[in-house]
Design a protein around this ligand. Structure first.
Ligand SMILES: *Cc1c(COP(=O)(O)O)cnc(C)c1O
Length: 390
């Protein structure tokens, strides 16, 4: 089975992890800071705070943005559960903004209309989480401008978008977001096994994220409520968590970052190849958001069902049966039983639902060979062949 995504681990990645295993620090050592500094520098951000996964990163970013009970968080329905769940962890109400039918990202027109309506009702969100779906930025300039007008924080879920750029600047630079979150799960662009990071340009947010990552405690006398009792002293000033990443993981991440450009180049070449090889099939191929250069975490096609003699599920199952590990990103989050129980219903976000009925994620990862990609394309041709007329 050709999977839809997988990590690429080389001997130098293994050596980097082994070197940490042989060192004094398996966790809370010097490698974490080096990993944070390297990714922040790469993205043009002032601060990076690495944590145990991107879900924890989103949770801490929401807390640092001041999200709490009685507040509202809005995100896209076309995302992984974590982009919405982070709001629920903070006791906030979660709502969604439907997707743009062309880019499959949060629709900035719909966001603006929903903000106008919410403003009249006094129900504006405190946080909006735009998701750079498949590795391509949303219309962040517009979303950022709306955040200034309506006073919400922008936490960009760039879990798919390490190495992507927008308007000529790296995603994570903080030009259009208060905080940007990356994931290092093995299917993403670079991996640490499990891992995530928040980038920000605001020192007070970085300090808060660091404190929340480790139990809400500090060893910094400037942040304490009373003079230190001695060299052993620390204070817990708020309720935090153990969301730390290990030095083993940070070493893997640092080593992987050295290959980011090579990974991106291969993903972009494969995406361009899919564009060319699939052009004559009854599919809607990914559209480019003007100004955005995708990191190509996913290559999603939509079936033009009116032109195909088979259903979505039938095509999906035919591909799986021929050894192609296709996937579907994403089941609209508002249709999950947990969110249905909170009041959401089918029909609430029709573009995301229509998309869900047509989308298939094709294999895309740095180690995918041209021959394997040709196999995927061949299987798609076969799966989409019209049933012969009776
Ligand atoms: C993978 C992913 C996450 C969660 O990442 P973890 O590191 O697995 O917690 C969040 N949001 C999106 C859009 C993702 O794809």
């Amino acid at each position: 089975m050709i999977p839809y995504g997988r990590q690429q681990i080389d001997q130098d990645d293994i050596d980097a992890v082994v070197a940490v295993l042989q060192s004094d620090w398996l966790t809370q050592g010097p490698t974490i800071g080096r990993f944070e500094a390297a990714l922040a520098a790469r993205c043009g951000a002032a601060h990076g705070v690495a944590v145990c996964n991107a879900t924890a990163a989103l949770h801490l970013a929401c807390l640092a943005a001041g999200l709490g009970p009685g507040d509202r968080l809005w995100t896209s329905p076309n995302t992984f559960l974590a982009s919405a769940n982070c709001g629920r962890y903070c006791g906030a109400e979660v709502d969604f903004v439907d997707i743009d039918p062309a880019t499959w990202n949060m629709d900035a027109d719909l966001l603006e209309a929903k903000l106008e309506a919410a403003d009249r009702l006094g129900r504006l969100p405190r946080v909006v989480v735009p998701v750079a779906f498949s590795g391509q930025s949303c219309d962040m300039a517009r979303i950022h401008a709306l955040s200034r007008r309506y006073g919400f924080s922008v936490i960009e879920d760039a879990s798919h978008a390490v190495g992507a750029s927008y308007l000529g600047r790296p995603v994570g630079s903080g030009d259009h977001a208060d905080m940007t979150v990356f994931s290092f799960h093995p299917v993403k662009i670079v991996t640490t096994g499990e891992g995530g990071m928040v980038l920000t340009n605001r020192p007070e947010l970085a300090a808060r994220l660091e404190q929340l990552r480790s139990h809400g405690m500090t060893r910094d006398p400037a942040r304490m409520t009373e003079p230190s009792h001695g060299p052993w002293y620390y204070q817990q000033t708020e309720l935090g968590f153990n969301y730390r990443i290990t030095d083993l993981q940070a070493a893997l991440g640092l080593s992987q970052l050295g290959k980011l450009d090579a990974f991106l180049a291969r993903r972009r070449a494969l995406a361009a190849r899919y564009d060319a090889l699939l052009a004559d099939l009854p599919l809607t191929l990914p559209t480019r958001q003007p100004g955005a250069e995708s990191a190509w975490h996913l290559y999603v096609v939509r079936l033009r069902l009116g032109e195909i003699g088979r259903g979505h599920r039938e095509v999906f199952e035919a591909l799986r049966a021929s050894g192609i590990g296709v996937n579907l990103h994403y089941i609209p989050v508002h249709l999950q039983p947990y969110y249905r129980a909170l009041g959401f219903a089918p029909g609430d976000f029709p573009e995301a639902e229509r998309y869900y009925g047509e989308a298939i994620s094709l294999p895309l990862y740095a180690g995918l060979t041209d021959a394997e990609q040709d196999q995927v394309v061949g299987a798609l041709h076969a799966a989409l062949r019209k049933a012969p007329a009776a």
